[in-house]
Design a protein around this ligand. Structure first.
Ligand code: GAR
Length: 197
């Protein structure tokens, strides 16, 4: 499966996907990193892996559609079959949603629908709940609202600091994202086979 990873920040999930592919746990190739932040650490990670990068600043474009049209051109050029969002802090518009219907997946650090948005780990921690977790879901036009594929609870221990809880959340993300993607790609491949027979 030829995938593009979209990311805006640190890129620890990007690296987890790279590692899973190297270890033969995820049958995919990352053909492209799409990034909207010229200073993001994830760019360095992709450079180190020699993965092609498209880094565009949406503010350089007159409209969101114009920005996404340019991203789409890159996706077509690299023959991307599937989009994996890994900390991409931007809503996906119809320009990408329509051609990649059911082929854009996101990971979110809460048990959706609880704590959507950009600061979900802190929001759950500050709310004093006893557990939060990770959601992997298909993307639609809303903020963290698409159909849920998989959720994994992560307890918030009495002894946790924000830092220890955050670390545990990321560790869970890094394990489950490659695993769930592999399952989706395998199911997709076997459905394709069935429809050919
Ligand atoms: C991850 O925790 C991911 O779940 C979250 O951003 C972080 C990116 O970390 N995504 C969202 O909050 C999406 N709403 P990373 O850059 O180290 O992979």
């Amino acid at each position: 499966m030829k995938i593009a990873v979209f990311a805006s920040g640190t890129g620890s999930n990007f690296t987890a996907l790279v590692q899973a592919i190297k270890q033969g746990q995820l049958a995919a190739t990352i053909e492209l990193l799409v990034c909207d932040q010229p200073d993001a650490l994830v760019l360095k990670r992709a450079e180190a892996e020699r993965i092609p990068i498209v880094c565009l600043k949406p503010s350089d474009f007159a409209t969101k559609t114009a920005y996404e049209e340019q991203v789409k051109e890159a996706l077509i050029l690299h023959e991307i079959e599937f989009i994996v969002l890994a900390g991409y802090m931007r809503l996906i518009g119809p320009t990408l949603l329509e051609p990649y219907k059911n082929r854009i997946i996101n990971i979110h650090p809460s048990l959706l629908p609880a704590f959507p948005g950009r600061t979900s780990i802190a929001d759950a921690f500050d709310a004093g709940v006893s557990e939060s977790g990770i959601t992997i879901h298909y993307i639609d036009e809303g903020i963290d609202t698409g159909p849920i594929i998989y959720q994994k609870a992560v307890p918030i221990l009495k002894t946790d600091t924000f830092a220890t809880f955050t670390k545990r959340m990321h560790a869970v993300e890094h394990t489950i994202y490659p695993m769930v993607l592999e399952k989706i790609f395998q199911e997709g491949a076997s459905n394709e086979k069935k429809s050919l027979n």
